[in-house]
Design a protein around this ligand. Structure first.
Ligand SMILES: Cc1cc2nc3c(=O)[nH]c(=O)nc-3n(C[C@H](O)[C@H](O)[C@H](O)COP(=O)(O)OP(=O)(O)OC[C@H]3O[C@@H](n4cnc5c(N)ncnc54)[C@H](O)[C@@H]3O)c2cc1C
Length: 380
């Protein structure tokens, strides 16, 4: 029988849900935003915000209710993402959890793993990060060298991960490690969850060009991990990893609204400064491409709602969206110069971050390879 808490969180019809979300966000999104999550104080503020969202029932919208989610469908999830971006909600430190770590655990995890990990990750009581990339394994994850040797009841892990988002603050890492023969490429990989407070783990923040330390390198020196932390079958981690990547590359229903805000801000600056006809044309082109992106995202959400898997088409959405964002921000830089952007910190960070969109979750070249191979059927 449903508990009172579960009943309170029950999802309504889609339009009613949109009205509820919009009203809640209007009354709760911090008007001045939150401090940068890369700082200690900023991260704490973001964690508090995640708990407010969770307590109000706005976290894990499509996750099962027994793990703290809202029990909605893909369309509820998309509505929330759209409204959240429309209301300019703060960046989500649980984004990796919500978009791909949680869904992968729901898909492959055991009942025990579900109960011990999912609710705490959703409420940001435990911070999770993704440990796939290594110095010699990025686009080509078959190059993973971090080794996990099983000695019966536990794995002993040695190696290094890099580019770990929120690694500095994380409690747990979802890793891809080598349990089979070295050099086995896609064979002999496994997914293992590692407690980052274990002896032998060292986390080193990476300072980036703009001064932030959003990434970390994580080193493992004979780290003991219980065998029960294996997710999916041993040596078949590649299959788990592909599922995770398909969630990660899936259509982000909030993306068009995020882009719309960027474009509106630029249009406002252009209006103020007085616009040359060529610039107005470029802005118009941006709005036309935005309309196409929105239509395409809606179509993908629709097909997922009807049970289709995420699939290769998500690579098209990511390609289109990353390119549009880069072009908008570049237009701003061309018009107003780096200095002005540097003075206005949020846009400055936006500039760098728009570039990252062509790298994380699979680079532009890799997405093009996917489109060529799996959609167009071109020869390799
Ligand atoms: C903002 C951000 C957050 C990230 N967060 C995480 C995280 O939390 N956890 C994590 O594990 N990783 C994370 N990453 C790392 C990210 O997944 C990798 O950077 C990405 O997969 C590319 O790998 P790489 O950097 O090693 O580049 P490489 O794979 O070395 O690629 C270098 C260049 O070669 C091109 N290239 C490579 N292979 C091919 C090919 N077959 N055909 C054509 N071109 C090719 C690439 O497109 C790229 O231009 C993050 C990255 C960014 C930017």
């Amino acid at each position: 029988m449903a508990t009172a808490r579960q009943r309170d969180r029950a999802v309504t019809g889609h339009e009613e849900f949109r009205r509820q979300v919009r009203a809640w966000l209007a009354g709760n999104v911090p008007a001045d935003g939150l401090p940068d999550p890369d700082t200690d104080a900023g991260f704490r503020a973001h964690r508090d915000w995640e708990r407010r969202l969770y307590d109000a029932g706005y976290s894990g919208i499509s996750w099962p209710v027994e793990y703290g989610g809202r029990g909605g469908d893909v369309l509820h999830e998309a509505i929330f993402a759209e409204e959240y971006e429309r209301a300019a909600g703060p960046v989500r430190i649980t984004r990796p959890v919500q978009r791909f770590l949680g869904p992968t655990l729901i898909h492959y995890g055991s009942a025990e793993q579900h109960h011990s990990w999912l609710p705490a990750m959703l409420r940001a009581d435990d911070i999770w990060c993704q440990g796939f990339s290594e110095p010699d394994a990025g686009s080509d994850l078959a190059g993973v060298r971090t080794r996990a040797r099983c000695d019966g009841t536990r794995y002993v892990v040695d190696g290094q991960k890099t580019w770990t988002t929120y690694g500095r603050f994380a409690d747990w890492m979802f890793t891809l490690v080598r349990t089979g023969e070295p050099g086995g490429r896609h064979r002999g990989l496994s997914c293992l969850v590692i407690d980052l407070h274990s002896p032998g783990v060292r986390v080193r923040p990476v300072r980036q060009l703009h001064g932030q330390t959003g990434f970390a390198e994580v080193f493992f020196d004979s780290v003991a991990v219980p065998a029960g932390n294996l997710v999916g079958p041993r040596d078949e981690g590649w299959r788990v990893a592909l599922t995770l990547l398909s969630f990660e590359r899936g259509p982000d229903a909030g993306a068009p609204e995020r882009t719309r805000r960027r474009l509106d801000a630029l249009a406002g600056d252009v209006r103020e400064a007085g616009a040359a006809p060529g610039v107005v044309r470029e802005l118009g082109d941006g709005y036309a491409r935005l309309a196409a992106l929105r239509a395409y995202v809606h179509r993908r959400v629709g097909t997922r709602l009807h049970g289709e898997p995420v699939g290769a088409e998500s690579s098209l959405v990511k390609l289109f969206s990353a390119r549009l964002d880069t072009d908008i921000v570049q237009l701003g830089v061309d018009l107003f110069g780096d200095e002005r952007l540097a003075e206005r910190a949020p846009e400055f960070l936006d500039y760098w971050h728009s570039r990252a969109g062509s790298v994380y979750g699979g680079t532009t070249e890799i997405q093009r390879n996917v489109v060529a191979d799996r959609i167009l059927g071109l020869p390799r």
